[in-house]
Design a protein around this ligand. Structure first.
Ligand code: ADP
Ligand code: MG
Length: 292
């Protein structure tokens, strides 16, 4: 039978925006040794918006935007929405072909031209020359922005700079977790310099960047296999990270995310605030103390 203290704990959680699915999570949350956070939508607001467009060799900015947005119209990625929202006053083309490469970007034929849109690794995958542009790329991504590359007819035409603001409470939440002796890890499919910048601002112990959606599970397993009796928690919003949430010993979803995460997760924090993670751990601590 479930002890009364746990039932009381579940009720207290619910009235504080912490929805706990099973009593096991209350028993686990105070024992977390490693906590992994997905970046987009979890540590950041998850509302990306276009800040700037930088072109190479005087390529026309509007043209770059139109070709990129024409292709992004077919994508469901949050970055795609940022680009199509920004491109309101151009006439977009209907792509002749379209292909999505999860964790990398998209490609297709737009107005008879081959267009590739995504990260630097995608450009390399398609043998687009990036050597000269990589320095600019690194400089642009040091501010924590996500940089989208567009290649037209095999040539890199420029970059779209997208900002997704870090949640204001992130640094304090990470600092408090570290004080509890919990190792904090940032996990993302985004590029290394963007991840390192956001990781440094928030104060993470470790950063795992350029991790493809299906490799996120492996990252959780990696932390589970270090040392003994580790309780590894995963915090995500469910876009790309539902399998990683399922793999973790304790899964926490940020409530503004996709429904899939909320179904997978043992704990759901409504309202999107990271402070709920601290509240959930403290609730677990006080509940367990009452039982003992
Ligand atoms: P995250 O782990 O941050 O949620 P994803 O795995 O969804 O990131 O994507 C990783 C990277 O792949 C993005 O940061 C972006 O560079 C690129 N990418 C993915 N989808 C698109 C798209 N539709 N348009 C442009 N770039 C994309
Ligand atoms: Mg994500």
């Amino acid at each position: 039978a479930t002890p009364t203290a746990i039932i009381v704990g579940l009720g207290k959680g619910a009235s504080n925006g912490i929805l706990i699915k099973d009593s096991e999570s209350i028993e686990l949350a105070h024992k977390i040794s490693v906590i992994i956070f997905d970046k987009t939508g979890t540590i950041t607001e998850g509302k990306p918006s276009v800040k700037d467009i930088v072109t190479l060799n005087n390529f026309d900015k509007d043209k770059l935007l139109i070709y990129t947005a024409s292709l992004e119209k077919k994508s469901e990625h949050p970055l795609a929405k940022a680009i199509t929202d920004y491109s309101t006053n151009g006439n977009l083309f209907e792509p002749e072909t379209f292909q999505s490469l999860t964790g990398f970007g998209i490609t297709g034929i737009v107005n008879n031209k081959t267009v590739i849109v995504g990260n630097l690794n995608l450009m390399k995958e398609f043998s687009v020359a990036t050597d000269e542009a990589e320095k600019i790329f690194d400089e642009l991504s040091t501010k924590g922005n996500t940089i989208i590359c567009t290649a037209i007819e095999g040539k890199l035409a420029g970059f779209i700079i997208i900002e997704d603001k870090i949640k204001p409470e992130a640094p304090e939440v990470i600092a408090r977790l570290k004080k509890m002796n919990i190792k904090t890890v940032l996990l993302t499919g985004d590029n290394k310099s963007t991840a390192e910048n956001i990781g440094a601002v928030a104060g993470f112990d470790e950063i795992n960047a350029e991790v493809l959606p299906d490799q996120k599970v492996e990252t959780v397993k990696k932390y589970q296999s270090i040392g003994e009796s580790k309780i590894v928690a995963m915090v995500g919003d469910g876009i790309n990270d539902a399998p990683a949430l399922a793999q973790a010993d304790l899964s926490i979803a940020i409530g503004t995310g996709a429904d899939v995460a909320i179904e997978t997760a043992q704990i759901t924090l409504t309202g999107g605030k990271l402070t709920g993670v601290i509240k959930a751990i403290n609730l677990s601590k006080s509940t367990i103390k009452t039982i003992k």
